[in-house]
Write a protein of this length. Structure first.
Length: 89
C-alpha cells in the first residue's frame, strides 16, 4: 500500500476523492492546506497508481499535485486475487 497525499483546490475535492475511492483507496483524512488548498491523505494499492499523475491532471485541469511513498504490505482482496489468477490461467 502506498501513502498518497494530494493537494488540490477545494473545487476539485470531489473528483480527487472519487478517483481515489475507485482505485480502492482508503481515505485517511482531509484537511486545509495553505493558500486555500485542501490536502487529502489516503492509502492506495500501488498496482492501481500507474498513470495517476495523468488522470489527476485531467481531473483537476492541472491544478492538483500529489506525493506518494511506501506505507505497508497488505493482502490482496479475494476478488482481485481471483481475477489475477483467472488472467494468468
Amino acid at each position: 500500500m502506498m501513502k498518497v497525499e494530494v493537494t488540490t483546490p477545494e473545487d476539485w475535492m470531489g473528483s480527487v476523492v472519487g478517483d481515489l475511492n475507485r482505485r480502492r483507496g482508503i481515505i485517511e483524512g482531509m484537511e486545509d492546506g495553505t493558500a486555500g488548498l485542501k490536502v487529502v491523505r489516503a492509502l492506495v494499492p500501488l498496482s492501481v497508481m500507474f498513470g495517476y499523475s495523468t488522470d489527476l491532471r485531467s481531473a483537476t485541469q492541472g491544478r492538483a499535485s500529489y506525493s506518494m511513498e511506501f506505507s505497508e504490505y497488505a493482502e490482496v482482496p479475494k476478488s482481485v486475487a481471483e481475477s489475477i489468477i483467472a488472467e494468468r490461467g
